[in-house]
Ligand binder design. Structure first.
Ligand code: ZN
Length: 340
C-alpha cells in the first residue's frame, strides 16, 4: 500500500510526554486545504512494550474518550514503562456529532479496515493505523460501548483468535478489566473491523462494550476508567499495583460467548420494543426477552423475541423504536477459557 497522507505532529520515538495531532487532509466547501485534527498523546519512558489505546472508533460511545483523556492529563512520564499511545477520538467528526458513522463520509470506521490511503477520511485513518500505529504496538485496546443503539451489560470483550500464545495474553488482559462478564463475540455484521486487523498483525487486542444507550451511569464511567488503568498495569505499561476481582471483594467473573448467529436476535418486524429481561440476567430456552408492539395496530398481539437457548441476556435494544432486522438481543453462554 502507498504512504499515508496523514501528518503526525509528534515523534513516536522521543522519550517524555507529547500532546499533538494527526492531521488528516480533506476538503469541504469552505475549506479547500482543510485538515481534520485527531488528538494524540505519546508517553515514552525507556524500552518496553507499547500499548495503543483507542476511543471514539464509533462517535456515540463516550466512556472510552473520557477515560483516555483522563490518562492523557494524569499520567506522568515516570508512571509509564515503555510507551503509551493514546487516541481518544479516532472518528472525531462522529464524536462531535454524537453519531456512530462519520458525518464526513457516512462510513462505519469499524468496517473500513485495512483502509485506503487514497480513500475517504475514515479509510485514510484506518490505513494509518494499519500501516503506522499497529506495527508500533504490542497491545491494542479499543474501547467501545453499545452506542445509542444497544444497551450492553458493561463487559470486556475479545475474539477467539487461533494463536494460543496471543489468545492467552488476550484472555489475561480481558480478565484484568475486572468486569462481571468477559465476552467472546462473533462478527455477525460485516467485516473490516479494527480489532481483526490488529489481531492479524499478531497484536494482543482487548476491547470492551461499556454499557450503551444515551445516558452513561457513573458506575459505567468508573469501571471503564479503573479497568483501563488496571489492564495497562497488567501489561506492565503503567506502573502500580494490579487489582483483581478477589482483591476488590467481588465474586469470580463469568466468561461468556455468543459465537453462533442464533445468539444474536434480530427484530422480525418494525415496531416498538419492550424489554422483558434486565441485561445481565439469566434466561431460559424459549423465554421471551422482549416483544415488539405495533403502534398503528393496537389490536395485534405483540410479537415476542425468544431466547433460543438458555444463557444470559448480555445486551438489548437501546431506542424503543425498532426497524425490522435491528439486533434487539444478545444471548450469551458460559464458557470455560481452559476449553479453548
Ligand atoms: Zn462501537
Amino acid at each position: 500500500m502507498s504512504a499515508s497522507p496523514i501528518h503526525c505532529s509528534i515523534d513516536y520515538f522521543k522519550p517524555g510526554k507529547q500532546h499533538g495531532h494527526l492531521a488528516v487532509p480533506y476538503s469541504y466547501n469552505l475549506g479547500g486545504w482543510a485538515n481534520l485534527l485527531l488528538p494524540i498523546t505519546v508517553i515514552g519512558n525507556g524500552p518496553g512494550r507499547t500499548a495503543l489505546v483507542i476511543g471514539g472508533n464509533h462517535g456515540d460511545e463516550y466512556p472510552g474518550p473520557i477515560a483516555i483523556m483522563k490518562l492523557m492529563r494524569e499520567l506522568s512520564v515516570d508512571q509509564v514503562h515503555g510507551r503509551l499511545i493514546l487516541l481518544p477520538a479516532l472518528n472525531m467528526p462522529a464524536v462531535k456529532a454524537a453519531t456512530r458513522l462519520s458525518p464526513l463520509d457516512g462510513k462505519n470506521m469499524n468496517r473500513v479496515f485495512p483502509g485506503n490511503p487514497a480513500g475517504t477520511p475514515s479509510e485514510i485513518i484506518a490505513h494509518y493505523l494499519t500501516t503506522i500505529l499497529f506495527p508500533l504496538a504490542d497491545i491494542v485496546i479499543d474501547i467501545h460501548t453499545g452506542g445509542r443503539s444497544v444497551d450492553f451489560y458493561p463487559c470486556s470483550t475479545m475474539h477467539l483468535v487461533s494463536d494460543p500464545v496471543q489468545r492467552r495474553e488476550m484472555v489475561a488482559g480481558v480478565e484484568a478489566w475486572c468486569s462481571d462478564f468477559c465476552f467472546v463475540y462473533a462478527d455477525v455484521a460485516g467485516s473490516g473491523l479494527l480489532p481483526v486487523e490488529a489481531e492479524k498483525q499478531g497484536k494482543i487486542v482487548v476491547t470492551t462494550e461499556m454499557g450503551g444507550g444515551e445516558p452513561v451511569r457513573a458506575s459505567v464511567h468508573r469501571i471503564t476508567q479503573s479497568g483501563l488503568r488496571n489492564v495497562l498495569v497488567h501489561y506492565g505499561i503503567v506502573k502500580g499495583e494490579k487489582f483483581t476481582r478477589a482483591s476488590l471483594g467481588l465474586p469470580p467473573l463469568k466468561w461468556v460467548q455468543a459465537i453462533d448467529r442464533e445468539d444474536y436476535r434480530f427484530a422480525p418486524e418494525s415496531g416498538v420494543w419492550e424489554s422483558l429481561v434486565e441485561i445481565g440476567d439469566a434466561v431460559k430456552a424459549g423465554e421471551a426477552v422482549g416483544q415488539i408492539h405495533f403502534i398503528e395496530r393496537p389490536d395485534r398481539e405483540p410479537v415476542p423475541v425468544i431466547a433460543p437457548t438458555a444463557g444470559y441476556l448480555l445486551a438489548t435494544r437501546g431506542p424503543s423504536m425498532v426497524a425490522q432486522g435491528d439486533c434487539v438481543a444478545t444471548i450469551v453462554h458460559e464458557v470455560d477459557p481452559a476449553s479453548w
